[in-house]
Design a protein around this ligand. Structure first.
Ligand code: DON
Length: 301
């Protein structure tokens, strides 16, 4: 496994096209695009890494996986009355379908759907309490205490979150928010600004693996369903391409991270800040395709 990761990291460093770092959140535009890291936490307790695996990065939309798990923990299947389970075929921040589909977002990973899961998780608590509970959950999942929120990234996003505010107000106009748009957006931008290394993220992802001796924070059925949503919706309008090239459930973030699950085998975190046209990590996706080829871990064989 270590040899495979070393080869993948060496190939990533050879790439001439690094993709484009997200710049609509000014703080993320400052990140050095040359960085690359990959970590694998295997079901039998192994941990392997290559590259900048001790450098924390902004997990951004990968946080939507953890918040979905917590929202389902709060309300169970009642969540599916407020958010769908279908791919949108549109970019992560699209407003298009929300009007046509009466304020019910297509899935929990596009921004509109994630605002609903954040609202559900917030419930009647304050943003500070909810974020504290989220950090405790992620720290317990990874068994690492040194996971924090980068306040400068959170505020940088909040200052420029015009589209997300539009989505939140649109949801509110359809009575699909119970908290104020300000509280939901404040919580959402902070959850996205959680910083993790690939080691921490790969360890945290083990909650989505079914294997003995791993942290069992979620039921078997919940893991199976979250994995299904990651496979079909985790890369937005690039989800089909990711399934085609990699064949594993994954969730991307505009910080350049991807959390990928090889069911029953391993949790994998890859990070490279430059993004492809879909807004997903370019070299991260290429590295995952190489890993799937070399390990034969695609769920399609
Ligand atoms: O809502 C946003 O714009 C960001 N905080 C998160 C977007 C994101 O990570 C999309 N994923 N590739």
């Amino acid at each position: 496994m270590q040899k495979i990761l070393d080869e993948i990291a060496a190939n990533a460093l050879k790439a001439t096209d690094l993709g484009k770092v997200a710049d609509y959140i000014p703080e993320l535009a400052k990140v050095d695009p040359k960085q690359f890291a990959i970590s694998i936490a295997t079901a039998d307790g192994g941990l392997f890494s290559a590259g900048d695996c001790d450098t924390p990065f902004s997990i951004q939309s990968i946080s939507k996986v953890f918040v979905l798990a917590l929202a389902l923990g709060k309300v169970g299947d009642a969540l599916w009355k407020r958010v769908g389970r279908e791919p949108s075929g549109l970019s992560f921040d699209s407003v298009l379908l929300l009007e046509r589909e009466n304020g019910v977002p297509r899935n929990p990973f596009i921004n509109a759907g994630a605002l609903v899961t954040t609202d559900t998780f917030l419930n009647c608590s304050t943003p500070r309490e909810a974020l504290g509970a989220l950090l405790r959950f992620v720290r317990a999942a990874s068994d690492r205490d040194d996971i924090h929120i980068d306040e400068s990234v959170a505020h940088s996003e909040l200052d420029t979150a015009h589209r997300n505010f539009a989505l939140a107000h649109y949801l509110a106009s359809h009575r699909n928010l119970t908290n104020t748009p300000e509280h939901v957006l404040g919580t959402y931008c902070h959850q996205c600004a959680i910083e993790m290394t690939t080691v921490q993220l790969a360890l945290a992802g083990r909650i989505l693996l079914d294997a003995e001796g791993l942290p069992s924070l979620l039921s078997h059925q919940r893991k199976r369903r979250i994995n299904a949503l990651m496979m079909t919706c985790g890369h937005y309008d690039g989800s089909g391409d990711f399934a085609f090239e990699v064949g594993l459930p994954g969730k991307s973030g505009v910080g350049g991270g991807i959390l990928v699950i090889a069911p029953g085998r391993a949790s994998i975190a890859v990070w490279s800040p430059g993004l492809n046209a879909y807004g997903n990590s370019k070299r991260g996706t290429e590295a995952m395709a190489e890993l799937a080829r070399k390990t034969g871990w695609s769920v399609f064989g």
